[in-house]
Structures are given as C-alpha cells and as structure tokens.
Design a protein around this ligand. Structure first.
Ligand code: IMP
Length: 208
C-alpha cells in the first residue's frame, strides 16, 4: 500500500530539542510546509517509554498530532557504538542527563561523549571505534494513521571532541569518507549525508 501524502500547510515538529527542530525545519523548507515546533505550541513532552526508536518516535508524533489536531513529525535518534553492543542506542539522550550532584537536572553532551569514550578506553587501545547514528521519523495524523522511515550514517568515533557546529554527539562523530567531525562540517554538508537526511529522503519519496 502506498504511503499517505503530506499536503502543504501546518505540520508540528514533535520535539523540544532545538538542534533537531532547526535541522528538520531546514529539511522541510523546500516543500511548502509550515513547520511549527511542539515547544512553540506549548505541547507537553511525553515520556519516552518505548524500547525501540520507532516506538519512541511514534509516541512523540501521536502526542503532538492529538494535542495540536494536525499532522505531526517526530524524530527519535541515537548513536550506536559497535564495541558497546550498539549502546547508548535508544538511551543516547539519557546518557547526557546530569545527576543532582553534577548540577542536574539538565543535559551535558560533553559528559555523555566522555562516558562513551571511557567505556571504549576500558576495552583497550585497539578497540573498534565504528559507530552509526540512526534516525527514525514518525509522521502521525490526528485520525490515527502513521508512517515510519529510518535512516543511518556510518562512521567512527574520535577523541577529543572537535568542532562547534551541530549538536549532541556531533563533535566526536567522523562520518565514513571524511576527516572532519559532524561538528566541523557546515550544516549543508551534514544534511547531504546525515541519518536524518537519509530518513528524510525516504519520507520525501513516499509522502511528498
Ligand atoms: P532522542 O531522539 O530525543 O531520544 O535523543 C537522541 C539523542 O541522540 C539526541 O539528543 C542527540 O544527543 C543524539 N543525536 C541524535 N541525532 C544527532 C545528530 O545528528 N548529531 C549528534 N547527536 C545526535
């Protein structure tokens, strides 16, 4: 069965993550869609109780589609490190949560990158540093219909972090075939190869 088409007009970006909202807006720009973020509409952020990227993406998209009575797009993404059995995976954002003694609540991406590096270091200097970012996009309509798309970008982890662009774990991720980290590439270069762009290309092909 073919996917349901998106029509021009309002679409809620079901995310409170500024980095993701900015990238999704940039990816949607050419398609006559009017993106508005869940934060701008004061929609609550549902708890991510799923155990897969698809479950979490869908629960965020459904919450915004119902809350705003309009089609919503959510992204659930993460970093999967081969030597760590694909951790942090669905828990990528959780690894950045600061405990009270670390000044939390709040997220610290440098601390999270350090945790990943610490676990790799425990495995020894010759440990495989390959990893991938994955992105699952869920589109949900207020009548309950949904569509799901997944994208990936493969690369390896570097240390120490480099670059100031992008967000999250970008400063330690070097995509395959490049020397720079995602945080050293300008946004157009990242969009040409990222996991989000890959998932987005599939969404565009099916729904736009
Ligand atoms: P969630 O999808 O809200 O559970 O969060 C996933 C986390 O993965 C984000 O908060 C980022 O830290 C990380 N992440 C996802 N996509 C990217 C990316 O493009 N660059 C860097 N980090 C990312």
């Amino acid at each position: 069965m073919s996917a349901r088409k998106l029509t021009p007009g309002r679409l809620v970006i079901a995310s409170h993550n500024q980095g993701k909202v900015r990238e999704i807006r940039e990816l949607l720009e050419p398609y006559g869609i009017e993106p508005v973020s869940a934060g701008e509409l004061d929609l609550p952020e549902p708890e991510e109780t799923g155990t897969t990227f698809a479950e979490n993406a869908l629960l965020k998209a459904r919450a915004s589609a119902e809350g705003a009575n309009c089609v919503a797009l959510a992204d659930d993404s993460g970093l999967c490190v081969a030597a760590l059995n694909d951790a942090p995976g669905v828990y990528t954002a959780d690894w950045a949560e600061k405990a009270a003694f670390e000044g939390g609540p709040g997220r610290d991406w440098y601390m999270a990158m350090g945790k990943v590096e610490g676990k790799l270091a425990e495995l020894g200097p010759d440990t495989d540093r390959s990893s991938y970012f994955t992105c699952t996009l869920a589109l949900a309509w207020p009548d309950g219909h949904h569509e799901i798309f997944e994208g990936r970008v493969h690369g390896s982890l570097t240390w120490p972090p480099r670059g100031t662009l992008g967000f999250g774990y970008d400063p330690v991720f070097v995509p395959e075939g490049r020397d720079q980290t995602f945080a050293e590439l300008d946004p157009a270069q990242k969009h040409a190869m990222s996991h989000r762009a890959d998932a987005f290309a599939k969404l565009v092909a099916a729904c736009l």
